[in-house]
Structure formats: C-alpha cells, structure tokens
Design a protein around this ligand. Structure first.
Ligand SMILES: Cc1cc2nc3c(=O)[nH]c(=O)nc-3n(C[C@H](O)[C@H](O)[C@H](O)COP(=O)(O)OP(=O)(O)OC[C@H]3O[C@@H](n4cnc5c(N)ncnc54)[C@H](O)[C@@H]3O)c2cc1C
Length: 370
C-alpha cells in the first residue's frame, strides 16, 4: 500500500511511522521547509506513550521528556486534588515539542518526508487518490490521510462547511524562560477568578514553561505581557501567585505566544473511500483538558489496526471512523463539563474524571476490535 500523509506535526509523523512499520510505502508531506512545532512543550499521557512504544519510539520519547504531576490550586494558593483520584489521573510526560517532532522524523527517515510540500487538493477514484500540491505537482496513492491540523485543507474538501471556529472568548498566553526561584513541585495549575487558569512547569534545559488562560474573556487590547499579567492577577489573591508574575515579567514580550483558541466542530463523517482525517484535522479540541495531541496519537493505533484488519481501504476507513466518532462525542461531553466548572474544586474534579476515563475506558475502547 502507498499512503500520502498531509501534515508533518506530531500526529502526521506518528501516522507515518506506524504505516512504515506495517510495511506501507509512505510519504509525509509537510508544507513548511522544515519539521518544526509551535509551542514549547506538550504533556503526553500514558495512552499516547503506549502507542509510541508500540511503534518503536517509546524509549526515545521518554528519554527527552520529564515525568510531571499536576497539582491544582485556588486563587489563595490552597493545593488540592479531587477526592478519590490519585497520581495516575495527574501524571504525564512533559516533552519539548521541537525535539519530539525531530525524534519522530528521524525514526521515519528523510526519504519518507517531503518538505515544502503543501497539499492543496485531491481526487478520489476507484483505484486510488491523486493528490495535488501547491507547486503544481501531483502524486498518486492508495490512501490520503489529512493530518494537517485545525485549519485542515483535506477536511475543507472532504467535509465542506466545517471550518475551524473560534472558541469564543477563550484566550491563552504562553512563554518559556529561565527557571528562577519558583517552587519546583511539578505542575502548578491554578484555577482563579473570572474563569482564569494558569501556572507553570519546569521543563528541559533549566527552563520553565508558563501559561495563562481565560474563558469568556474580553478580546485583548494591550501588549501580550500586560494582558497575561492582568489575567494572572485573578489567580493571586494574597501574593502566593507572585512566582507566575515573575516568570511573565522575565519573558520578553516578543517571545510571548498569544492564541485565540480554535476548535473543530463535530463532523458528520471523517472519511471518504480513499481519504481520511486524523488528529486536530478531525477533532481540534480546546486545550483546557491538555490532551488533544495525546488523543491524536491514539487515533493512529485505531487507524493502523483497522488497515491491518481489512483488505479494502474503504472498509478500514469506515471501521476507523466507527470507533473514533462516538469516542470523541464522549470526549466533548467530558471536556464541556471541565469548561463549565464553577470553581477550582469542580474544575479539578471534572479534569480528573476526564483523565481517568481517557486512561481506562477510553484507552480500552481505542484498543478494541470492531
Ligand atoms: C495552548 C495549547 C496547549 C496544549 N497542550 C497540550 C498538552 O499538554 N497535551 C496534549 O496532548 N495536547 C495539547 N494541546 C493540543 C495539541 O497541541 C494538538 O492536539 C496537536 O498539536 C495536534 O497535532 P496535529 O499533528 O494533529 O496537528 P498540528 O500540530 O497542527 O500539525 C499540523 C501540521 O500540518 C502542516 N500542514 C497544514 N496544512 C498543510 C497542508 N495543506 N499541506 C501540508 N502540510 C500542512 C502544518 O504545517 C503542521 O506541521 C495543546 C494545544 C494548545 C493550543
């Protein structure tokens, strides 16, 4: 089988690796001129680490990550976890994004990656799919997989009318800066007033990543730094949150990333006869559950299992979306409950409920046959 993957992010690269391991002829087509990643670090949960192990890069990924446990705090600095939940629901591997994508790209090999290769369209027929590129080239394969992120071009053609949408009022500011005197006790996640969340986590190279989020917030009008500081003040009733302020202060404004959060609305289907979607292209989620990339990696196992089990690509793709679509309906319901939480305690409880489901019933569902 020959497969073309549109997109060389975490999910496209993992898909390429998995297809290669099943003996497929695969090319990952990335529009950028190099394999890169937006953002500093990503938290990968056990279900994604299992998939990496299955496809031979488990140790390599673990070697570049740091195991982290999340603790919740309220705006006065009281530390807690939801009753009935323990480390399992709060533990992930924090991995530098650029190194992760480089590790995956190295494992696939340069011969299986095409850079500066922007997919702009495709035509399916009974025997395969013809993929068109921005430079006028075409290529032919048995299968096209759209791993091209929330603004997916493949989705736009395959399922017209479902562009990425603003998660209205949901903004995030992020940065990475030298670690200072902030207490090093895993991931500090504060749930503050006015629907704010934020905190920091020590990461590789003597640095710390920080993040400030707000749901239902007014559009930013000031510099990234002043906006982040203003929202961080809602998580700092008594000075206990000063370390976060200092991290923001020390980050040059030009290095602070700000995003209006986007999401992909629920799709009526994920696949055609020769084309399918995976990762954010299929289900871009709000990051308040810190698991969109993890779940995208899990999609890879489901897709590969179905391709192994079926002779006809179309049957495999039907079975793949038959597993994934109900799965994400459940993800959306649990993620919505986290988003609607009225206070820090409720947020922590719903977050732990989501991660327990993802790591137990959800992971089992991803491993099930049809
Ligand atoms: C603030 C924030 C924090 C997050 N934290 C976490 C976390 O802790 N844990 C977690 O699991 N998830 C997290 N996520 C979610 C995670 O980042 C995404 O789910 C993940 O990056 C999606 O990977 P992907 O490969 O599907 O898409 P992307 O990473 O978006 O990659 C898509 C790739 O496709 C390329 N591309 C696009 N269009 C084309 C085209 N037409 N042709 C060729 N190439 C194309 C792009 O250049 C890009 O390289 C977070 C997200 C945000 C915004």
């Amino acid at each position: 089988m020959r497969a073309i993957i549109a997109g060389g992010g975490i999910v496209g690269l993992t898909t390429g690796l998995a297809l290669k391991s099943m003996g497929a002829d695969v090319v990952v087509c990335e529009q950028a001129t190099e394999i890169r990643a937006a953002g500093a670090a990503i938290g990968l949960w056990e279900n994604a680490l299992d998939v990496f192990a299955e496809f031979g890069v488990g140790d390599a990924v673990r070697s570049i990550g740091a195991p982290i446990e999340t603790w919740f705090y309220d705006a006065s600095g009281n530390r807690f976890r939801a009753p009935g939940y323990g480390p399992a629901e709060h533990r992930f591997l924090l991995v530098p994004r650029p190194e992760l994508n480089r590790t995956l790209a190295d494992a696939i090999g340069a011969d299986n990656i095409a850079l500066d290769a922007r997919v702009i369209g495709f035509e399916e027929d009974a025997d395969g799919v013809t993929v068109r590129f921005g430079d006028g080239r075409t290529d032919r394969a048995d299968l096209l997989i759209g791993a091209d992120g929330v603004y997916s071009m493949v989705r736009e053609q395959l399922v017209p009318g479902y562009p990425a949408r603003d998660h209205v009022g949901h903004h995030v500011w992020r940065g990475i800066v030298e670690t200072g005197d902030e207490p090093a006790e895993g991931s500090v996640l504060t749930v503050g007033h006015h629907r704010t969340r934020g905190g920091y986590t020590p990461t590789y190279g003597g640095k710390t990543v920080w993040m400030v989020n707000q749901f239902d917030s007014a559009a930013p009008v000031d510099t990234h730094k002043r906006e982040a500081l203003r929202r961080a003040s809602f998580m700092n009733d008594n000075g206990w949150g000063d370390p976060l302020n200092r991290l923001i202060e020390r980050t040059p404004d030009s290095q602070i990333l700000h995003n209006q959060i986007m999401y992909v609305p629920e799709l009526p289907r994920w696949s055609g006869a020769r084309v399918t979607l995976i990762g954010d292209a299929a289900h871009g989620l709000s990051p308040h559950i810190s698991a969109g990339g993890t779940l995208g990696v899990e999609d890879v196992r489901v897709l590969i299992d179905r391709l192994r089990a079926h002779d006809r690509v179309a049957d495999a793709l039907k079975a793949y979306e038959g597993n994934r679509m109900p799965h994400y309906r459940h993800v959306h319901a649990l993620a919505h409950a986290v988003e609607q939480a009225r206070d820090a305690q409720e947020f922590a409880r719903e977050y732990a409920r989501f991660s327990r489901w993802m790591l137990t019933d959800g992971a089992r569902h991803a491993r099930q046959g049809e």
